[in-house]
Design a protein around this ligand. Structure first.
Ligand code: HEC
Length: 122
């Protein structure tokens, strides 16, 4: 059983590296993932960097380096789908704005990949 897990892990890493090299797979994943509501950018360095830039520009003012006026997004346990929906629609009646007209789903996934890459905040 552990061996099997290891082999699967190696296969996934190879797939990821291959995909990044070709530059095709992440796009394909992104398309499929939007309907499946799964973040296609988890663990992808370029997307994580882009997500950090957006976070610093649009979210850090309230959510801080590990929480602030808004909850600590580095520690939340929302599903990918709930995260996307919350950021697109905001939370009416709270300070949380709707970003649906300002950020694409891909950009929201990039933010999420950045948050997931830094579970203890920045
Ligand atoms: C003006 C302040 C403000 C800004 C800017 C802001 N947020 Fe929020 N956000 C909040 C507040 C306040 C809450 C808590 C809402 C509530 O009480 O449910 C929140 C909640 C959330 C939640 C839900 C957390 C949970 O555990 O339910 C997510 C996800 C989130 N914000 C993501 C983002 C992202 C991503 C950005 C940047 C694109 C962002 N927010 C920008 C204030 C802000």
């Amino acid at each position: 059983m552990p061996r099997r897990g290891l082999r699967l892990g190696v296969a996934l890493v190879l797939l990821l590296l291959g995909g990044m090299g070709l530059g095709v797979v992440p796009e394909a994943w992104a398309k499929g993932a939007q309907s499946a509501a799964v973040d296609p950018y988890i663990g992808q360095p370029a997307a994580i960097d882009a997500g950090e830039e957006i976070y610093r520009e649009k979210c850090i003012i309230c959510h801080g380096r590990a929480g602030g006026r808004g909850p600590d997004l580095f520690a939340i346990t929302l599903s990918d789908a709930e995260f996307l929906k919350t950021v697109e629609n905001g939370r009416p009646g709270t300070l949380m704005p709707a970003f649906g007209s300002r950020l694409s789903p891909d950009d929201i996934w990039r933010i999420r990949a950045f948050l997931k890459a830094n579970p203890n905040g920045i």
